[in-house]
Design a protein around this ligand. Structure first.
Ligand SMILES: C[S@@+](CC[C@H](N)C(=O)[O-])C[C@H]1O[C@@H](n2cnc3c(N)ncnc32)[C@H](O)[C@@H]1O
Length: 439
């Protein structure tokens, strides 16, 4: 079913050759497979997955690929330790397979968890909610945002430069949508409205939305219609719930996503040995998930204090911003001698940039901790697929998959193979690979 391709034949670019040579040199078996688009875009066309757009997420077809490869069935238990918007758990639930996701970012944890409730009983409430929102927006047309905030006894989001993120009339309508959602009448559909609103509040912000990273778009002339965005998102959710098969609906809440840090003890999260991990940790680059979800973290009132964003960023693997980055900038992180030989970027990168070198080193130390904790919860026939990407920091190649493979071996796992999928993004030297391990 899956077409095998030789990327050597497809692309003569030197970076391509260097990339595959590196995997071969590291002594791992590797395989090149094309299963089509494995990026978030493919998920935007699939029921439930499309409720929330997270550009670094992988495609549901990638999860299906591993469900088939590993022969996962309904007796098994699957873990996704870096759950994002919940692609692994949503797909497992569609297959009737129990799963658990762990996610450090509370916005994404809630998005994932709420995406696993599939209930068609109260769909009529969607219409009632939209009618009430439309009436309230009309009622407050002439009111200021401050008056609306007073009326609902709420507050303006505590994000810095709030009116740069949202124009006042837009934020006023978003707040009306949120406060109507919180009324007891809508409790039965609140999770769905919450997702629709979490998505809409970013679409209604003054930012460029077609980039993986969010940046201000101050001078845009877009017409923003809050009601239209929320209505559109709710319609997608309603259509998807109605198109789910009866047995898929019966699997509702078979999976769940918990808030947690996967570099720490995982025993508190699981109540049975883990048969499989299908996951995608962040990549060793500067992308901070907390930074990228800040407007929603604040608008959806997931954070109570401004400083909480930094606290989460400090716990997360991968990119950081603001204060968390200043902390990393200081002294070169010491590498424990037992894993020093694996971190082949270190010598060159430490002379180019202490911050970049620390980014990479912290990343691998965090992943090493994670692997140690996976050892404590795995079943005897454990298999795992870790989808990772290579990166380039200050001109130095970071061969994430090879280093991760070495760390797994170091902890006693067998690296069965490294599967390389096709290139990611437009840049020729960036790849997505799966490090396939077993116990
Ligand atoms: C590449 S994304 C996962 C995307 C996911 N596969 C999907 O399809 O939506 C990596 C995720 O790991 C999360 N993360 C980062 N550090 C973490 C940690 N220490 N523990 C748990 N999750 C973490 C990030 O917040 C992010 O959502």
């Amino acid at each position: 079913m899956f077409q095998q391709l030789s990327l050597f034949e497809l692309d003569t670019n030197d970076h391509v050759k260097c990339f595959y040579r590196k995997i071969q040199q590291s002594g791992f078996d590797y395989q090149e497979i094309d299963i089509g688009d494995i990026t978030f875009k493919a998920g935007q066309m699939e029921t439930v997955h499309r409720w929330y757009r997270l550009t670094p997420s992988y495609s549901p077809s990638l999860v299906r690929f591993f469900i088939k490869e590993f022969q996962i069935d309904r007796n098994h238990f699957v873990l996704d330790t870096f759950s994002g918007r919940g692609t692994t758990s949503i797909e497992c639930q569609k297959h009737g397979i129990e799963s658990l996701g762990i996610e450090v970012n509370p916005l994404l944890q809630q998005v994932g968890n709420k995406s696993l409730t599939w209930d068609t009983i109260y769909l009529d409430l969607f219409k009632q909610y939209l009618t009430e929102v439309s009436g309230s927006i009309e009622k407050f047309t002439q009111s200021s945002i401050e008056e609306v905030v007073d009326y609902f006894n709420t507050r303006i989001p505590i994000i810095h430069n709030v009116f740069r993120w949202w124009k006042k009339p837009i934020l006023k309508d978003l707040i009306i949508c949120r406060e109507v959602m919180l009324q007891p009448t809508y409790e039965a559909i609140r999770d769905y409205v919450w997702i629709a609103l979490a998505e809409a509040c970013l679409d209604c912000a003054n930012i460029h939305r077609n980039h993986p990273t969010i940046t201000f778009d101050d001078d845009h002339q877009r017409e923003i219609d809050v009601f239209f965005e929320v209505e559109k998102n709710l319609k997608t959710i309603r259509d998807d719930l109605m198109s789910l098969e009866r047995d898929e609906i019966s699997f509702s809440e078979l999976g769940r996503i918990e808030l947690g840090n996967s570099t720490q003890n995982l025993q508190q999260h699981v109540n049975r040995p883990v048969d499989f991990v299908i996951t995608s940790p962040p990549y060793p680059n500067r992308y901070s998930y907390v930074h990228q979800t800040r407007p929603q973290l604040h608008f959806m009132e997931v954070l109570e204090r401004v400083a909480e964003a930094t606290e989460i960023d400090l716990q997360a693997i991968g990119g950081t911003w603001g204060r968390a980055t200043s902390i990393l900038q200081k002294e070169l992180i010491e590498v424990p001698t037992e894993i020093e030989p694996y971190l082949c970027y270190h010598e060159e990168l430490k002379n180019k940039s202490i911050l970049m070198c620390n980014y990479a080193t912290k990343y691998f130390l965090d992943m090493w901790n994670h692997i140690k904790h996976i050892k404590e919860i795995k079943a005897s026939n454990f298999q795992g697929a870790y989808i990772v990407g290579n990166s380039r920091l200050s001109g130095v190649d970071i061969f994430t998959e090879s280093i991760l493979g070495k760390l797994f071996q170091h902890e006693g796992f067998e690296v069965e193979r490294i599967v390389s999928f096709r290139k990611r993004g437009g840049k020729k030297r960036l790849y997505e690979t799966a490090v396939c391990v077993k116990s």
